[in-house]
Design a protein around this ligand. Structure first.
Ligand code: XIL
Length: 397
């Protein structure tokens, strides 16, 4: 129908004005890709485009645009906070599922997949747990069984409703940490030793046979820190390779993608190379928490366009690099941004000395920024032979 109307319009135009004028105006074209949402454009590649969701903003009657954009632009969602342990089990033995259930129900209504975030992490743990360990009332044997119970409880509750679970988050140190060689860091490694990583994947698999199980971390966008002994990406690569060799049911590696325009960062080929290497192990990949923050200098805060423009452009360029690299690897299943608007972004509250912000793809008034347009163009102007349909992996047993 659309096609016939276009042809008819074209014929009239040819007859009256000649071939060169025969192209109809954008509004009359049968398919205007620039009018499509990110989620619709991603679908052409089988790529899911996602966002972290702030449940307070989602429920706020004064924020209808927040809900609309979540619904219209994204095909997968992640709970920004409400599936973390401190939110789910604030008091020992009493789970509060309300907000997490709401996220899952919203996703279902919107026809979206859910990335479960997160089963094991050293941060945002309930106080009763960290206090109990600190005062010795919870010993390491009990701690291990508490962790097992938590993973089993949460993964079982959402069994069949989670597409990808971040089973273990941020287990590996950074080159600037002490000790300065890379190591397993944090609460869980300190108390249970590095073996907790394999245990967590096995427990998650036992509780949910259908979810894809991910290891998730930051600063693993590319290989090559200069010093191979301090290459976090290489450490994670070796770790997941070792897990696979031991038959641990891990399906993917999530690269968070928290970048800043003040850093050197990467080009598309470096990032695509990293994704290809993880895929070479038989793993899926995903960008799970992308945002690209900038220093809010005095000039930026005063509205000086000479300071703002280069930052917005650099931010967009980094979104482009990560998305283009993801498109280039058919095992890169999803591209999730960590909040989509500067109005609700974790960046200003977390990186405040010196102040940072401008990290997302919409401004504080829900106007799409350069980064949004760049993502859209990446999704539009990509296709075979180098950008192919995503693979559909089977969960590893
Ligand atoms: C952040 C949230 O965005 C904040 O609202 C919260 O206060 C702290 O955690 N890596 C992760 C995410 O895996 O869970 C973090 O989310 C951001 C860094």
């Amino acid at each position: 129908m659309m096609l016939r109307r276009w042809m008819a319009a074209g014929l009239v135009a040819v007859a009256t004005a000649g071939v060169l004028n025969a192209v109809p105006a954008a509004a009359e074209r049968p398919y205007d890709p620039t009018a499509q949402s990110l989620r619709a454009l991603g679908q052409r590649h089988g790529l899911y485009v996602g966002t972290a969701v702030d449940m307070a903003a989602l429920a706020d009657p004064a924020e209808p645009r927040y809900r609309e954009i979540v619904r219209d632009e994204f095909s997968t969602v992640t709970a920004e906070n409400v599936m973390k342990w401190e939110s789910l089990e604030p008091t020992r033995g009493t789970y509060d599922w309300s907000a997490a259930d709401e996220l899952v129900a919203t996703a279902r209504r919107n026809g979206q997949k859910v990335r479960g975030h997160v089963l094991v992490w050293h941060s945002q743990l309930p106080k009763w747990l960290t206090d109990g360990v600190a005062d010795g009332s919870i010993d390491n044997t009990e701690l291990r069984s508490i962790l097992r119970k938590h993973i089993t409880t949460v993964a079982s509750r959402y069994r069949g409703r989670i597409w990808q679970w971040d089973v273990v988050n941020e287990a590996v140190s950074d080159p600037w940490d002490t000790p300065s060689t890379l190591h397993y860091k944090g609460f869980w490694a300190e108390h249970l030793g590095p073996g907790y990583v394999a245990d967590a994947f096995r427990w998650a698999r036992a509780a949910d046979p259908t979810a894809l199980l991910f290891y998730n971390d930051y600063n693993i966008e590319a290989f090559g820190s200069g010093d191979p002994a301090n290459d976090k990406t290489q450490f994670v690569y070796d770790m997941v390779k070792g897990l696979l060799a031991r038959g641990v049911p891990i399906d993917g590696v999530g690269s968070q993608g928290h970048l800043g325009t003040q850093y050197g960062n990467y080009d598309t080929l470096q990032v695509a190379d990293a994704l290809h290497r993880f895929a070479g192990l038989g793993l899926s990949t995903a960008f799970t928490e992308v945002d690209v923050r900038s220093r809010l200098t005095d000039g930026v805060q005063a509205g000086d366009s000479e300071e703002i423009n280069p930052r917005l452009q650099a931010s967009a360029a980094n979104f482009h690099v990560l998305l283009q690299a993801c498109l280039a690897e058919p095992r890169c299943l999803s591209f999730t941004v960590w909040g989509f608007t500067d109005r609700h972004s974790w960046v200003p509250g977390t990186f405040d000395d010196p102040p940072q912000g401008l990290a997302t793809i919409y401004d504080e008034n829900y106007q799409p920024k350069r980064a949004y347009q760049v993502m859209k163009a990446d999704l539009i102007y990509a296709g075979p032979p180098y950008v192919r349909m995503r693979a559909t992996p089977k969960p590893r047993r």
